[in-house]
Design a protein around this ligand. Structure first.
Ligand code: ADP
Length: 493
């Protein structure tokens, strides 16, 4: 990734984008378009189709037809694998173009975007493509007068509704296992991160994916997303986004065909630093990265630091020093470590949390709006150094570069504070005491508990929440559970 390559791509005109339905690029049924605003400068970047109910229905119909006639589900797994591997190669070959396009649309710093978006999507496709012809069914250990066979069958039409923070990575966590399993799909990107998913869907066609197997419909969540959720023809709905939307999706599933709904709904993840952490400087550095990368727009961000009282002051000082070193700026500068906040709305919400903490008399370090003259949405990392459990910023997900720090005295108090949340996505414990580390892993209610690190878990392990952070898992072979049904054949011999 050279800066001059990025500079060439930065100014390239961006085409206008339409839906990808049944292998074709098609505009909205009523011709309406959505303007895509770049968070880098607050200016229009391009436009894409503003999807209608009819568009969602057309995509669902195409996916249903493609599933039912077996053009994809009926192939040998190895044949699907071939297409998916080719698709991964095409994505990888265009990785920098895709990354720059994505950054211009959603503001993530380019270094992270390149790795976490196209390259991660290609790796995810390869992982599930390689796995799918290595998952045998079962022969049950039953009475020899009978034969019990357990088949794994694709569940059918899957709808995916994905967010704007990592559209390709999170999108691929869903479409790669679903398509490898033989399902067909309709994917709805977030309003502020549609372009790279549309590009990648076009590459699927180039790779030989039959029409109708993978469809992308852009537009408002309340129109296209809602239609997918209430459809009688969608078998499984997978979602990453807010709890409020997650609730709506469950209600829509209950009102329609009882489709299975798998939700990933963010978190308020505790990052617990004991005085016996192996290296406090490392803990401060990694904790800063764990909340401030991608401007805090990471579902598993360690947004609630809990620190043993004896090291509270020392830790806050180290964390503030790390935060001050984070280079916030132009996301297309490869030296930048935190780019633009995704939208004006998100920036406003972040700044409100900081202002509220300051008004409540909390010690606030950083948190100012930056680079306003660019017209873009930039913000300095914010540390609320003495947050209390009743503070809104301690309880609600900010989804921005805002971290709270709260002191505790005992291990039991650390556990109580960590679990004092409706969320349960991720957590971390920093300690040199092996027994304490494992005790904490057991006691913290979260789907992912880091020990002496934060972030960076790879594809080989599952990611999913407990409590109101959701259900079901992305990543790892367990992701197939959402897309493959078990069917029993019970045969009298
Ligand atoms: P955020 O507040 O982080 O944008 P949302 O839950 O609103 O989180 O958005 C995540 C995804 O859900 C986006 O693709 C968005 O368009 C979609 N969405 C929003 N509202 C609805 C809805 N009522 N029904 C279905 N999808 C929705």
């Amino acid at each position: 990734m050279s800066q001059s390559d990025i500079e060439t791509l930065r100014t390239q005109p961006v085409a206008v984008f339409d839906h990808l339905i049944d292998g074709q690029s098609v505009p909205a049924s009523d011709g309406q378009r959505m303007t895509v605003i770049s968070p880098l400068d607050g200016r229009p970047l391009t436009s894409c189709a503003r999807g209608t109910i009819a568009d969602a229905d057309a995509a669902i119909t195409a996916a249903r037809r493609a599933f039912d006639d077996g053009r994809w589900s009926g192939l040998a797994p190895a044949a699907r694998k071939k297409v998916l591997l080719k698709w991964a190669d095409l994505i990888e070959a265009q990785a920098l173009d895709l990354a720059v396009l994505g950054v211009r649309e959603n503001g993530t710093e380019i270094g992270m975007a390149l790795k976490a978006e196209p390259l991660s999507a290609a790796a995810t496709l390869r992982y599930y493509a390689e796995a799918i012809d290595k998952l045998p069914g079962e022969i049950a250990p039953t009475d020899p007068a009978f034969l019990g066979l357990v088949h794994r069958e694709p569940v059918g039409v899957v709808a995916a509704i994905v967010p704007w923070n990592f559209p390709l990575m999170i999108g691929a966590w869903k479409f790669a296992p679903a398509l490898a399993a033989g399902c067909t799909m309709v994917l709805k990107p977030a309003e502020t991160a549609s372009l790279t998913l549309l590009r990648v869907a076009q590459l699927a066609v180039e790779a030989g994916m039959p029409p109708g197997v993978f469809n992308v419909v852009t537009g408002a969540g309340s129109v296209v997303g809602a239609r997918l959720a209430e459809s009688m023809d969608v078998d499984v709905l997978v979602f990453t986004g807010s709890g409020a939307t997650g609730r709506r999706l469950l209600e829509a599933a209950a009102r329609s065909n009882l489709k299975r709904v798998y939700l990933e709904l963010g978190g308020k993840s505790p990052n617990i630093i004991f005085a016996d952490a192996p290296d406090l400087d490392e803990a401060a550095k990694v904790s800063a990265q764990g909340i401030f990368r991608n401007s805090g727009q990471v579902c598993i961000a360690g947004s609630r630091i809990l620190v043993e009282r004896s090291i509270h002051a020392a830790f806050v000082e180290k964390l503030a020093a790390q935060a001050a070193e984070i280079r916030v700026g132009d996301p297309l500068d490869s030296q930048t470590q935190a780019g633009a906040v995704n939208s004006e709305r998100q920036l406003r919400q972040n700044l409100e949390f900081v202002a509220e903490a300051r008004a409540a008399g909390r010690t606030v370090i950083g948190g100012a709006r930056l680079r306003e003259e660019t017209g873009g949405y930039y913000m300095a990392p914010a540390i609320i150094a003495d947050a209390q459990p009743d503070d809104r910023v301690f309880r609600d997900e900010v989804f921005g570069p805002v971290v709270t720090v709260t002191a505790f005295d005992t291990e039991a108090e650390a556990v109580a504070l960590a679990n004092d949340t409706t969320f349960g996505l991720a957590a971390a414990v920093w300690t040199s005491n092996l027994s304490r580390a494992h005790r904490m892993v057991r006691k913290i209610r979260a789907g992912l508990v880091h020990v002496n690190t934060y972030g960076g878990s790879d594809l080989t392990v599952p990611l999913g929440g407990v409590k109101q952070s959701g259900n079901g898992h992305d990543k790892s072979l367990h992701a197939f559970d959402k897309y493959l049904d078990l069917k029993t054949a019970w045969v009298k011999l």
